[in-house]
Design a protein around this ligand. Structure first.
Ligand code: ATP
Ligand code: MG
Length: 416
């Protein structure tokens, strides 16, 4: 993409009421726009990152056997009353509104109820199970505090997967596999080493739920870590669990962290009240055993920013970066030659399937470099009269700051 095609421009200052580092940087670089507290629009650069995150998540959920659907955001009061979760006393973060007729509807903050009802129309026999269904969809939560930028939005994209199994054993097997899939997601998104499988307070059914917590000072949670097993215990339950749940050794470190994912065993709670049952091989009717598995896409994006950013701006891992290469032309006195070379390299890279942001704008070199550092594309390639004279390209790694003079073929090699 040519940078001249973007309507966004980088900004020196973030809105004065924005306190979170992730949002400050993402706003300044033109990834997101703050509509109001806890409500952010995703601009062209931001959408590219979100799409990359969604691609990783989809691949891992599909590999797990998940099938994608898309449920409505508007929620039918009736189905939520059956589970007891319509009441504001039970769920304190509902957004609710009214139809013209006066009928109250909600905006979904999760979707166990409607999905369980849908499946009850299709699942009859043990032969229909197990099933795994997921979506990437907008959730609404009337969060009391919204000071963490896109780590905590009032409207945000969530991947929510739901599992429907015949027995506890079948559920447990899937639940274990989901942990691996989640670990794969966070590893591929670049934060694997900083992310800990964390024992947290239970689902409706099991003793624990499991969170995936990523270390960052921006986190709102506190976790106690076992470095031997690379697992942790959430502060909330650490009074009951004072040693590592895996090796029983000491929990040696306490750190701030952000919950990027959460998996829950739900037992038969929702299936029982919403009539989702199947007839077993023995002819008996039984409720379906469920689990739910969430990842916040915006929260994951914000976490990556928090973890890797430096004093100059954002530093994206290649897997989620909006572009692989930031091509910058420095057009001096001999402008046409530089422009021709840069245009040609842009074409060649694009033809090779490498995604390039090409800064073709008429700006001073210093401004282009500062923008490039702020935007955080992994590899910066500069073409100037100087580089042309040397027959090389100036290639800078955003993460390490290493600059090398490479030939085109060496650059292609590096980008493989
Ligand atoms: P928290 O404790 O941080 O409020 P939660 O435990 O209520 O989150 P879940 O219901 O477990 O959140 O939602 C599943 C996932 O959705 C979370 O692990 C997180 O990644 C994401 N998520 C939850 N709330 C938000 C939010 N307000 N903004 C962005 N992502 C969110
Ligand atoms: Mg949670």
């Amino acid at each position: 993409m040519k940078q001249s095609a973007l309507f966004t421009k980088t900004r020196k200052e973030a809105p004065t009421d924005e306190v979170a580092e992730n949002a400050k940087l993402l706003i300044r670089a033109g990834y997101i726009h703050k509509e109001m507290a806890g409500v952010y629009s995703f601009l062209p650069l931001g959408v590219r990152v979100m799409n990359n995150i969604a691609k990783i998540i989809r691949e891992e959920m599909n590999a797990l056997g998940g099938v994608e659907l898309h449920l409505t955001a508007l929620q039918d009061r009736e189905v939520w009353e059956k589970s007891g979760r319509w009441s504001d006393e039970v769920v304190d973060n509902w957004f609710k509104t009214k139809l013209k007729s006066g009928t109250e509807v909600g905006l979904g903050f999760t979707q166990e109820e409607p999905l369980t009802r849908i499946l009850s129309e299709y699942i009859n026999s043990y032969k229909d199970l197990p099933k795994y269904v997921y979506q990437i969809q907008t959730k609404f939560r009337n969060e009391a505090r919204a000071k963490s930028g896109i780590l905590r939005g009032r409207e945000f994209l969530m991947k929510d997967l739901y599992s429907f199994s015949r027995t506890d054993k079948e559920h447990e097997d899937f639940y274990e596999r989901s942990k691996t899939a989640y670990t794969n997601v966070f590893t591929r998104a670049g934060i694997g080493e900083k992310t800990y499988l964390t024992y947290a307070s239970g689902g409706t059914f099991s003793k624990y739920s499991h969170e995936f917590q990523t270390l960052t000072s921006a986190g709102e949670d506190i976790i106690h870590i076992c470095d031997v097993c690379h697992v942790a215990v959430n502060e909330e339950i650490s009074k009951d669990v004072s040693s590592c749940p895996v090796c029983s050794g000491a929990l040696s470190r306490t750190e701030k962290a952000v919950e990027v994912g959460n998996i829950f065993s739900l037992g038969t709670k929702y299936a029982s009240v919403l009539g989702l049952s199947y007839t077993g091989e023995d002819g008996e009717k039984k409720p379906v055993v469920m689990g739910s598995y969430g990842i916040g896409l915006g929260r994951l994006m914000g976490t990556i920013v928090e973890v890797f950013a430096d004093e100059k701006g954002i530093v994206w891992p290649e897997s989620v970066a909006p572009f692989r290469v930031h091509l910058i032309s420095i057009v001096g006195a001999n402008g046409e030659v530089v422009k021709k070379e840069a245009d040609a390299l842009y074409e060649t890279l694009t033809q090779k399937g490498i995604e390039v942001l090409y800064d073709d704008r008429d700006l001073r070199p210093g401004e282009k470099f500062a923008d490039s550092d702020l935007i955080g594309v992994p590899t910066r390639v500069v073409i100037s009269e100087k580089t042309i004279a040397q027959g090389k390209l100036e290639v800078k790694d955003r993460k390490t700051g290493t600059v090398s003079m490479l030939s085109q073929s060496e650059l292609f090699q590096d980008l493989q």
